[in-house]
Each structure stands twice: as structure tokens, then as C-alpha cells.
Design a binder for this molecule. Structure first.
Ligand SMILES: *Cc1c(COP(=O)(O)O)cnc(C)c1O
Length: 229
């Protein structure tokens, strides 16, 4: 059986290969290890292999893990649905939040980010496949939200994030990621020149995301195996 270090190495190589194949800049794609529903010991093991950035979807779960692992220099990324009454611990523990999709949440994170910490890096989640059941701001409302969010102190808008509708065809995967990239390019043209992050691509569509400009890929299953639950 492959060890966790082997799997991390294989994914690192997959990322490098895609970076080469699509003429992306070297080291321009960061691996976020999505550890939701996996135990603290799995995170410890991945950390010992050199992984530092971990993604969690649930506030309580992230809190518990951050407490248990507080001696480690982990960079926590919150990538789950945000409820406005649970933003405070996230603003305190996380370095990144990928799933901001409304002004109310952005304001709370801004207000609750402790003054001694650097600004919280955030991405706006876009409902890129325009599914009524999914969270995320609709593409036509993105620009207004982005303009407002960039005015807030203590948080820094870094870019966009999306979870497209599951799609197995590589070219169709690319098409939808290209749409997110275009939205980002439009914001940059509107003057948001500091945007540098596209959080897109999971275990099943990582290469397509890298082909279209992903800078953070969020990988769970390919590292930690199938989630129970
Ligand atoms: C669970 C999750 C992932 C990881 O998905 P895998 O298919 O296990 O790689 C990535 N992003 C988000 C937002 C998730 O919730």
C-alpha cells in the first residue's frame, strides 16, 4: 500500500507535469490538502511529509483539529459553507477563507480578524455552473461584491474560487474553469490588480484546472483516500 508521503509526492509530480504541459510558471500552483472527515493523525502524517496547507469545511472540526495540532505551523484554509454566526473562530484561526459569497460575511470576517494578525486572505466563491442549489455569488453579481469587499480592512481579496458541476469530459471541465479565469481577468481590468489566486480543481479535475490557470488546487480523496461519512 502507498504511504501518505508517496501519495503527496505523486500529486506533486502530477501538478508539476500539468504545469509543464500547459506552460504555466514553475511553482505557480499550490497544493491544498483537504483533510475534512479525516483524523488528526492523518494531518500529522502529511505534515511530517512536508505538507503545510490544509483545508477544512466545518467550523467545529477545524477548531478541534487546530487545537489538537497547535504546536505545528499549519496554514488553515476554510473552504466550507459560511454561516454568519460562526465567523469569529474562522477569522481567528484561518489564514485563508475560500468561500466568501456575500457582503455580510465579508464584513464580519473583517471586523473579527484579530488586529495582531496579518489580513485574512479571501476568495469569493462563484456559482460558476449557476446551479440554484449551490452557494456562491452569481457571475453577474460578482463585480459589485468584489468592489465592496476590497474596501474592507483586515481582509484581502486574493481571487476567486469555484466548485463546478461534476463533469468527466476534460474539455468541458476546462471550459467551465476558463469561465472563472475570465471573470478574474475582468476584475483585474476593472482595477483590482492585486488579484493573484484562482482556487479551482479537485481530485477529479485538477489537470483541467491547472490548464486554465488554477493557483491553488484543493485535493482530498487523492491524498487521504475515500471519506467515511
Ligand atoms: C471536499 C472538498 C474538496 C476535495 O475534494 P476531493 O474530490 O476529495 O479531492 C475540495 N474543495 C472543496 C470545497 C471540498 O469541499
Amino acid at each position: 500500500m502507498k504511504s501518505l508521503c508517496d501519495k503527496l509526492q505523486i500529486i506533486g509530480a502530477d501538478i508539476s507535469n500539468a504545469v509543464d504541459a500547459y506552460q504555466r510558471k514553475e511553482n505557480s500552483v499550490q497544493l491544498l490538502a483537504v483533510s475534512k472527515h479525516h483524523p488528526v493523525n492523518a494531518i500529522r502524517e502529511a505534515y511530517a511529509c512536508g505538507q503545510r496547507a490544509f483545508g477544512e469545511n466545518y467550523t467545529q472540526e477545524m477548531l478541534k483539529k487546530a487545537e489538537a495540532l497547535k504546536e505545528l505551523a499549519i496554514e488553515w484554509h476554510f473552504i466550507g459553507p459560511l454561516q454568519s454566526n460562526k465567523t469569529r473562530p474562522i477569522a481567528t484561526i484561518a489564514t485563508w477563507v475560500h468561500t466568501v459569497d456575500r457582503m455580510k460575511i465579508a464584513k464580519r470576517l473583517s471586523k473579527q480578524r484579530p488586529a495582531h494578525l496579518p489580513p485574512l486572505s479571501i476568495c469569493l466563491q462563484v456559482n460558476i455552473s449557476e446551479e440554484s442549489s449551490k452557494s456562491g455569488v452569481f457571475p453577474q453579481e460578482l463585480s459589485t461584491l468584489a468592489q465592496e469587499v476590497t474596501q474592507l480592512p483586515n481582509i484581502k481579496l486574493r481571487g476567486l474560487m469555484a466548485i463546478p458541476k461534476a463533469e468527466t469530459d476534460f474539455n468541458k471541465q476546462r471550459e467551465i474553469f476558463a469561465k472563472l479565469r475570465c471573470l478574474q481577468e475582468n476584475l483585474i481590468k476593472q482595477g483590482m490588480t492585486e488579484l493573484d489566486t484562482l482556487s479551482m480543481g479537485m481530485s477529479a479535475d485538477m489537470s483541467a484546472a491547472i490548464a486554465e490557470g488554477a493557483t491553488i488546487v484543493r485535493i482530498g480523496t487523492a491524498i487521504f483516500g475515500i471519506r467515511e461519512n
